[in-house]
Ligand binder design. Sequence first.
Ligand code: FDA
Length: 307
Amino acid sequence: MLRQPMLLLAKSQAVKRLVTTVPVTRAVVARYVPGENTEEAVETAAALIAEGMNVSLDFLGEDTLQEAQADATVAEYLRLLHALAGRGLTASAEVSVKLTAIGLRLPNGDKIALENARTICQAARDVGTDVTIDMEDHTVTDATLDVLHELRREFPETGGVLQAYLHRTEQDCHDLAGTGSRIRLCKGAYDEPADVAWRDRHEIDLSYVRCLKVLLAGDGYPMIASHDPRMIAIAQRIADDHGRGPGGHEFQMLYGIRPEEQRRLAAAGESVRVYLPYGQEWWGYLTRRLAERPANLSFFVRSLMSR
Ligand code: FDA
């Protein structure tokens, strides 16, 4: 019930200004966002890698409407990749990039985002790692997949994300399940209209399983991004049916969500990657996480009110 209002808040600049100027306890945000700068992000990545995880780092930001901000985001990714290489972490650390953070919503945005993504992909390749292009709301699905398609001509190792809640996604899975493709399958985090997406949890789960079947039967590298124990168990069964060993797919979860399950899967020999967001632009990301779990919301509100 609270999901929709929370996701509306994610887009509200007024509420964002209000809340982000309150000195929210670092602990509330830190549950999901472990650092505000490159050094803190790299430290957290190193600690997770030492525990046997892989990571995907995301410099927070989205819906950029200024070219200078898009450029600054690209510069931060280059700094991050350099820092990861300096610590010898690039075998286990990749980066995730939102195209609207690097210019997709600017005039001529598809060209700007493609050029910026190319710069990041080249820097990632230079230090021996990969990039995954995050998926945002349905207004940019086609543009994001077009950019991914272009990027993969030059950087075939680039990963993409598909969201099971969209009606189109099962077909997109068929299109992207081929050799060499790396696809992260998630349920989807945005408030989407009923004409493009399922809104009922059960329908979304059914779609997630259909998409899992397509990706795990394909020749690509599926990245199963869910905290849902049922989806994880089903994915393991389907992967087994297709004779996929742990090297043939991986499980992904967000930093701070079900960490004990992340460790359990890794200890059981599964390949596990933790999505690790960092930076000061945590508002949109945090509200999506709160929308997924109302219990977290009351914790957040209590912490604001106790200030
Ligand atoms: P579901 O929401 O059904 O949750 C299952 C269980 O997980 C819950 O019962 C609870 O135990 C736990 N849980 C879930 N969310 C929690 C929370 N916020 N706090 C505490 N516990 C929680 N989305 C998108 O649209 N584009 C993208 O690019 C990505 N990228 C991405 C990367 C990775 C690695 C992950 C794991 C997820 C994404 N997502 C995403 C988010 C995704 O679409 C989805 O919103 C969340 O993963 C929640 O869905 P679940 O599959 O976890 O199931």
